[in-house]
Design a protein around this ligand. Structure first.
Ligand code: HEC
Length: 309
C-alpha cells in the first residue's frame, strides 16, 4: 500500500488549523457586526433603553405626568460641544413635545458625528417614542458651525398600564455623539437652521414619513388630496367628507396659513379632525416647500394640456 501523501499527524494539525481559522473568522465577523447587530436587536426588543420610532402621536393625552430629563456627552476624539437646551420637562403621557439640543463644531474642518442614545430606566425605553431626532442619521457639522437640533417625542400612555413601568415617574434620555465611522452619505446639520433655504427634497422625504399615511397628492385617503393645495380654499378637495369646521372655515391655503395649520391644526381651525401636529418649524418649512414644488409641476403640465386652454 502506498504511504499517504501527508502523514496522519500532519493531517490532524492541518485540520486543527483549519478549524481554528474558521472559529477566528466567525468571531471576527461577529465583532465587526456586533454594533449594528446590537442596534437591530435593541431596536426590535427595546432592550438596553433603546427607544421606539413613531410617525406621529395620535393617541389621547393622559392626565398622568412624568418628568423627562436630558443629558448629553461627547466621546473622546470628537471636537464638538454638545448639550441639551433644557435639562428637564414635565410631559403628559401621550403628549408630543419638542426639545432642542445644541451642537458646535470647534474644529477647523467639517466633521461627521453619530449620536447613540439611551433611556433610563431601560424598561421605559419601549414607551419612549421619537418622531424626529438627529440620532437617526450620520450628521455633518461645518467648521465652527453651531446648530440647534430638534427632538420630537412622546411617552406612550401604555407606560401607565404596564405593571413593570407603572411606578416610573422620571425618565432620562441621554445622547453620546461619536466621530462617525461611516461619514459617506451623512446629512448636513444645517438643515435644522431656521434660516436655511426651504428644501423641497427634504420636504418630500418628510411628507413620506409624516403625511403619506393619510394623504396623497392625487386622491383622497383618510385625509383630503393635497396636490395643488396652495391657493386652494380650505375644505375644497372634491368628494372628500370634511368636518363641518373645515368646510365652513374660509381659509385660503398659503405658506403662512399652512404653517399655522401644521403647527396646531385644532387650534388654527377649532373642531378640525386632523390628529397630528408638526412642532418643528424647519420641518414645516420643508414640507410646505415640497407641496409648493408639486404645485408648480402640476400647473406646468396643466398649461401644456390643450384641454385647459
Ligand atoms: C393621521 C392622519 C393624518 C396625517 C398623518 C396628516 N393628516 Fe392632514 N388631514 C387629515 C384629516 C382627517 C384631514 C381633514 C380634517 C377635517 O376634515 O377636519 C386633514 C386635512 C389636511 C389639510 C387641509 C386640506 C384641505 O383641503 O383643506 C392639510 C393642508 C393637511 N391635512 C396637511 C397635512 C400634512 C402636510 C401632513 C403631514 C405633515 C398631514 N396633513 C398629516 C389627516 C391627517
Amino acid at each position: 500500500m502506498p504511504a499517504p501523501l501527508i502523514p496522519p499527524r500532519r493531517r490532524r494539525n492541518w485540520a486543527t488549523v483549519a478549524a481554528l481559522s474558521a472559529v477566528i473568522a466567525v468571531m471576527a465577523t461577529l465583532v465587526a457586526f456586533s454594533v449594528p447587530l446590537y442596534r437591530v436587536f435593541c431596536a426590535a426588543t427595546g432592550l438596553g433603553g433603546t427607544t421606539q420610532r413613531a410617525g406621529a402621536a395620535i393617541g389621547p393625552v393622559a392626565d398622568r405626568v412624568v418628568t423627562v430629563r436630558f443629558s448629553a456627552d461627547v466621546a473622546p476624539g470628537l471636537p464638538w460641544r454638545f448639550g441639551p437646551e433644557q435639562h428637564e420637562l414635565r410631559v403628559h403621557l401621550g403628549e408630543e413635545k419638542l426639545v432642542f439640543f445644541s451642537a458646535e463644531n470647534l474644529a477647523d474642518k467639517p466633521i461627521v458625528g453619530h449620536a447613540t442614545f439611551n433611556v433610563t430606566p431601560a424598561k421605559a425605553g419601549i414607551y419612549f417614542n421619537k418622531i424626529q431626532c438627529f440620532c437617526f442619521d450620520e450628521e455633518r457639522l461645518g467648521a465652527h458651525r453651531k446648530v440647534d437640533m430638534p427632538v420630537d417625542f412622546f411617552v406612550d400612555q401604555k407606560l401607565a398600564d404596564d405593571p413593570n413601568t407603572r411606578e416610573v415617574s422620571s425618565i432620562t434620555l441621554s445622547y453620546t455623539f461619536f466621530r462617525s465611522a461611516e461619514p459617506a452619505g451623512a446629512k448636513d446639520l444645517s438643515r435644522f437652521n431656521a434660516s436655511a433655504a426651504p428644501d423641497p427634497k427634504r420636504g418630500a422625504a418628510l411628507f413620506g414619513e409624516r403625511c403619506n399615511s393619510c394623504h396623497a397628492l392625487d386622491r383622497n385617503k383618510t385625509g383630503p388630496m393635497l396636490g395643488n393645495v396652495l391657493g386652494r380654499k380650505s375644505g375644497a378637495a372634491p368628494d372628500y367628507n370634511y368636518s363641518a369646521a373645515l368646510r365652513e372655515t374660509a381659509v385660503r391655503w398659503s405658506a403662512d396659513t399652512l404653517d399655522r395649520w401644521l403647527a396646531e391644526p385644532r387650534k388654527f381651525i377649532p373642531g378640525a379632525r386632523m390628529p397630528v401636529r408638526v412642532l418643528d418649524p424647519a420641518t414645516r418649512r420643508d414640507i410646505i416647500a415640497y407641496l409648493k414644488s408639486q404645485e408648480r409641476r402640476v400647473s406646468a403640465s396643466d398649461s401644456s394640456d390643450p384641454r385647459s386652454q
